[in-house]
Design a protein around this ligand. Structure first.
Ligand code: ATP
Ligand code: MG
Length: 236
């Protein structure tokens, strides 16, 4: 099989925000998944402060990440334990868990569940809606307070009201934190320190929003298409 990603090279400075955009299937999630080592590259390497990441134990390396992905990673356990997952030292208090859930706009739906925070959510959270699952993983990331955040379409399953509110919480969480953000909605990537445009596994453009707009290439086209769509929706 041909590789999904090729000729990828970039540097993510501490505390900065890197956005990855591109068509469906371009390789955005695959690229983001290399960082917490859900896959290892078949060629090349990833290093932090010059040290290849395989030198760290998988558990201590993954401790550095808060991940909100397209497919929520949830377990057939209680709401409480799902939010607290990965946050074991020190174990979070119930008040901390509830606070994170409130910020992620999850507290109200959790309170309506028969057993509240003690409700078992089913295999992969099957007893919850997509938006509810997503809000649980957002609460988990907020509670964990990690140095590196990966937000892969983190609000894609939410309705626009919850999306706006949760996006605000995520923007807060991104402050002073190294972040990789993937979003089809370009308004959420506009303020990134660097934007990488992927096409069929290659980086075809990179720069800030202003640079890429003035370059008038693939990103500028995506931006123009979304802006005219937004105007049409506004008029409709
Ligand atoms: N586990 C896998 N095994 C084999 N191929 C895969 C696997 N996951 C993804 N791919 C392939 O890798 C390519 C990139 O997929 P990826 O999920 O990274 O795309 P993406 O840019 O995140 O797309 P989307 O915007 O739809 O989320 C696709 O062609 C996909 O079919
Ligand atoms: Mg993806």
């Amino acid at each position: 099989m041909p590789p999904v990603l090729r000729h990828i090279s970039f540097c993510l400075p501490k505390g900065k925000v890197l956005a990855i955009v591109g068509a469906s299937g371009a390789g955005k999630s695959t690229l983001a998944d290399l960082l917490p080592r859900f896959y290892d590259p078949t060629e090349g390497y990833i290093a932090i402060d010059g040290i290849p990441i395989e030198r760290f134990s998988l558990s201590s390396w993954r401790q550095q990440f808060g991940i909100v992905s397209q497919e929520a990673i949830l377990f057939n356990d209680t709401v409480r334990n799902n939010i607290a997952f990965g946050c074991d030292m020190p174990a979070p208090s119930d008040a901390d868990i509830e606070n994170a859930a409130r910020i992620a706009h999850a507290h109200s739906f959790i309170s309506r569940l028969e057993q509240g925070y003690d409700t078992i959510i089913g295999e992969r959270g099957s007893k919850l809606s997509g938006g509810e699952r997503q809000r649980l993983t957002i609460a988990r990331a907020i509670l964990k307070n990690p140095p590196i955040l990966i937000l892969d379409e983190a609000t894609s399953a939410l309705d626009s009201d919850s999306e706006r509110a949760v996006q605000e919480a995520l923007t807060q969480l991104m402050q002073q934190r190294t972040t990789i953000v993937i979003a089809h909605r370009l308004s959420t990537v506009k303020n990134a320190d660097e934007i990488i445009v992927l096409s069929e596994g290659n980086i075809v453009e990179r720069g800030t929003h202003a640079q890429l707009i003035s370059q008038n290439g693939a990103y500028a086209q995506l931006w123009a298409a979304q802006s005219s769509l937004a105007i049409k929706q506004f008029r409709a």
